[in-house]
Design a protein around this ligand. Structure first.
Ligand code: GLU
Length: 486
């Protein structure tokens, strides 16, 4: 049996990180077993559909690297892949069930249903349709919905892959709607009909759908179709054990991209929300996850969304990037900061210092903080206080003397010897010679060269900046210190 799994997003908004976990597990199962991953747009609730969101959903999948074999844009042998384009299939199933006495037309008005609900609430009875139209065998000439005639007693058993048999008392399940008055199916009918026609082998979804599963099991039964394997994933919780929500950082995939998370870090993180390879391994590449993924690695207990953990993972992934790749990914952030484009040759000059920057960047937009000064031609913007640092606080004349000594030393370094090692040796000797703490000497140099108190390692920075620009910037700093009141 070849694995066929589908991700069935409703186009009602941007995909949420919790929701995309389902797509990831679908994709992993398909890729692991050489099956197909299908995207099916579940747009039968027309009132909730939001224009443009289908594309955002596809974009989120693409960004994460979850490619699909069949879907609304690429088509496939079981299309169309938008439920709103498959209405005849749902009507056909509903008509068949009516003809066989397994479903029925119901003309109860929404006023009647509201009143029924209220009286059930008052009487503390479980809510649900009272089946008034069930035995009437109504013809289709009045506006109506179609309801499934559910069994009245006994249990429905849902065999969930992770939970085993789950029993639902039929007496507590009412006759739910299959087809609405507008001729559109409900989710309950559409998902079953499509999963059958699309030959879906595993339905993987969040456990908020477990309570609907007995309805689906009954629908398969009356239609005479084989059920797929049901996999209801454990609910995702925040560190406070509450259901995952915005306050835990559960926002759209795009917001994660914009904040500077790498797709491979988010993918690794999401894969661990309910799945694990073993007790200890946490960092795994996409390929490693695919290779070791299977349903037996899923568990019910372990889906905690901890943004701290994601941030740490992201920093780790950034650190492990190939430096050239790191620069390429940082480039758009730098260009945004500078307001102009940066040539690749110019960017390549950062290759040596890139690993040191990778140690410091936790989120990709910070790339600009650690690199923009290399591309700035005008005077840098910093306060004289920063230049003086702690050691020369309120003593601009002493800071000036220190900067002038540094200038002299740096001027004497031959251009050919302008390397981080040589610069470090020369400046450390100078500090010793002057009886100054190295930090006292280095702070003004760092601020003068970068305009910042926090920057990449000093000597690598100076090497990358080059002798001419370093001297120019230190001269500018000396001038500022000579006119401290400006
Ligand atoms: N359209 C449903 C949702 O957005 C899909 C549920 C399912 O996978 O069956 O959650």
């Amino acid at each position: 049996m070849s694995v066929r799994v589908r991700y069935g997003p409703s186009p009602t908004g941007e995909p949420h990180v919790g929701n995309i976990r389902t797509a990831l597990f679908d994709w992993l199962l398909a890729r692991r077993f050489g099956g197909q991953f299908i995207v099916r747009i579940e747009d039968t609730d027309q009132s909730r559909a939001v224009e443009g969101t289908e594309q955002l959903i596809l974009d989120a999948l693409t960004w994460l690297g979850l490619d699909w074999d069949e879907g609304p844009d690429v088509g496939g042998p079981f299309g169309p892949y938008r439920q709103s384009e498959r209405l005849p299939l749902y009507v056909e199933a509903a008509d068949r069930l009516i003809a066989e006495g397994k479903a029925y037309r119901c003309v109860c008005s929404s006023e009647r249903l509201d009143a029924l609900r209220k009286s059930q609430q008052q009487a503390k009875q479980p809510p649900g349709y009272d089946r008034r139209c069930r035995e009437l065998g109504l013809p289709g000439d009045e506006p109506h919905v179609v309801r499934l005639a559910m069994p009245l007693d006994g249990d429905t058993v849902v065999n969930d892959y992770l939970r085993g048999d789950v029993f639902f008392q039929n007496a507590l399940l009412d006759d739910h709607v299959l087809l609405k008055r507008d001729g559109f199916p409900t989710y309950h009918l559409a998902s079953v009909v499509d999963d059958h026609h699309m030959q879906i082998t595993h339905v993987i979804r969040g456990d908020e759908w477990l309570s609907s599963a007995p309805r689906h099991v009954q629908t398969y039964a009356v239609l005479g179709w084989d059920e797929p394997i049901w996999v209801h994933l454990p609910i995702i919780r925040g560190p406070d054990k509450g259901k995952l929500s915005k306050r835990h950082g559960a926002t759209s995939v795009r917001e994660y991209a914009d904040k500077g998370f790498l797709p491979e870090a988010l993918l690794n993180f999401l894969a661990l929300l309910g799945w694990s390879r073993d007790e200890t391994t946490t960092i795994m590449s996409r390929d490693e996850i695919v290779e070791s993924f299977d349903l037996d690695g899923l568990g019910l207990a372990s889906a905690m969304f901890d943004i701290e953990r994601l941030s740490e993972m992201n920093a780790r992934y950034i650190r492990d990037l190939d430096p050239a790749d790191f620069l390429a990914r940082g480039k758009p952030h730098l260009e945004l900061r500078l307001g102009h484009s940066v040539e690749n040759d110019a960017l390549d000059r950062l290759l040596t210092i890139a690993p040191a920057i990778q140690e410091r960047v936790k989120l990709m937009p910070e790339f600009a903080d650690y690199t923009d000064f290399f591309f700035n031609d005008g005077p840098l913007d910093y306060a004289n206080d920063a230049l003086m640092g702690k050691a020369y606080k309120n003593k601009p004349w002493m800071a000036l003397e220190s900067v002038e000594a540094s200038l002299q030393t740096l001027r004497s370094v031959a251009e050919s010897g302008w390397t981080a090692e040589a610069l470090e040796a020369a400046l450390r000797d100078l500090a010793t010679e002057r009886g100054e703490k190295p930090g006292a000497l280095f702070t003004p140099i760092r601020v003068a060269a970068t305009g910042k108190r926090i920057a990449p390692p000093l000597f690598d920075t100076l090497e990358t900046l080059g002798q001419a620009r370093t001297l120019e910037r230190l001269n500018a700093a000396a001038e500022r210190l000579a006119r401290p009141d400006d």
